[in-house]
Design a protein around this ligand. Sequence first.
Ligand code: NOJ
Length: 588
Amino acid sequence: MVSKRSGLVLAIGFNLFIALSEASLLARQRSQQELDSKYNWWQHEVFYQIYPRSFMDSNGDGIGDLKGVTSKLQHFVETGITAVWLSPIFQSPMKDFGYDISDYSKIQPEYGTFEDFDELIANATAAGIKVILDFVPNHSSDEHEWFIKSAARESGYEDFYVWEDGKVLENGTRVPPNNWRSVFTGSAWEWHEGRQQYYLRQFTAGQPDLNYRNPAVLQAMDEVMIYWLNKGVAGFRIDAINYVYENTQLLDEPLSETTDDPNSYDYLDHIYTKNLPEVNELLQHWRVMLDDYSKNNDGPQRIMMTEGYADVNTVMNYYEDENGTQGVQFPFNFDFISSLNNNSDARDFVYIIERWLIYMPHGHAPNWVMGNHDNPRVASRYGVQTVDSMNMLLMTLPGIAITYYGEELGMVDYRDISFADTVDQPACDVGIANYKWMSRDPERTPMQWNNDTNAGFSTASKTWVPVNPNYLQLNAEAQKQAPRSHLKVYQQLIKLRQLEVLQNGAFIAQAYNREVELKGKRSILTIINVSNSQQQIDVSDFAESSKHLVLLVVGVDSQYKVGQRLKPSEIVLAPYEGLVTRLSLREK
Ligand code: NOJ
């Protein structure tokens, strides 16, 4: 199928080209100091997200734990991963599986002890793996001592949270102070019988929002960060950063007009509860604190990466604001989750990839998040056939790659979990008729290590969420044994990232059949067919005087082999196939 657009003939279904050339190193050349590994160790890193509850259970209670993670460090060593970030491990009643923290300085007993944590850090450090922890500043648990004291109006804690009287209607009914909505549906205000006031909770009722307008709160949270830095972590993933401040006049938010459901979070345009400019000042404050810490202590630069689903301008300000004041090392780029999907064509990919690079302030590292514990997995979002090509894309884009556990194997969501087995609170809240698509349990199923009971994750009779029954075929052990596997492709891709050209080369992304000016002696070219039909393409323009493309990485089901040479003018790609190639000037 072809169509005319702007005078160009485009193949529909389109193929995506990513090319990096050594010839134009200038554009992205970095100074020696910038390349200093102590300071910029993270700029080309692959960060692997561990969801501790689901990674490895060492004591047979059906729940993953720290000792379990330590026991699996070899998986990272073999795969080539040198940095991991852990979803929360702190004391919690687990209403939001650790994102509701009842003591920021304690470890949840089912995850282990401080000795287990120290052991993890020591063994990870010895294996060359840095550990990043999740930091959840927006809210604590309603079981946190601060909240209990605040609810009791104990001196010093009265304003630790956002409390309001609400309004009394003419008929005497008390209602919340305004129309603000919880991300997980319904009012964002929860009545507290004890204090006889509403408290703000933008997530579940068990997650009251801390009040950052109170300097004592900021100080308490600074101390939490320092506490964990002293325990040897390399930095923090910062949760829900864009929710931290709200408008102090409590103004009603305007209707978004995108849905008729008044309970839905999308019902309102969140101009008073999200992305307030104060967020930048907070991040800058923590940046100074972490930089000082790094200067005054041995070890790598301590870093921050933020979670904030927001428009591109807002997110870019987290790198640095308009005045050049530094914020976090990188705000997560969720474009592969939020802006692209299995209907996107090559132009969409190119456009969205370039958008990040164009908007990003000069001198920063781009990053690409392929999946996480809040969204369907890659194989379920884009299709099982795309697993290798999406990893090729992730790994050959410039900058930082972020992988969710199990994505190196192509794990798939287990959507068929019964309502009785569902534990994700927002899904339980919407009831049996609607839980299935709301639930985040399907992407949190245990890591599939082998074909033993519970995929080798646990010896328990029941795991905290069911194991995906496809583990019998899809597991790490089987993929290690197989001559070709997603895991092996992933390993090859990580190795490839050591190439100077992939770290510092100039980058260009093109949809097929657009004119490309890319000159260079030795370039890496990633070619991805994002369509569901076979495509024959000619990349001789792209390959310039190269006689051949040498295949560096091919997918599991590819007709090609690594090392094989292809003529740039005659490349046939199966549906969703990806190839990572090197341009070669030699005749053979
Ligand atoms: C974002 C976390 O990723 C998600 O899992 C959690 O439910 C919310 N923040 C609330 O903490």
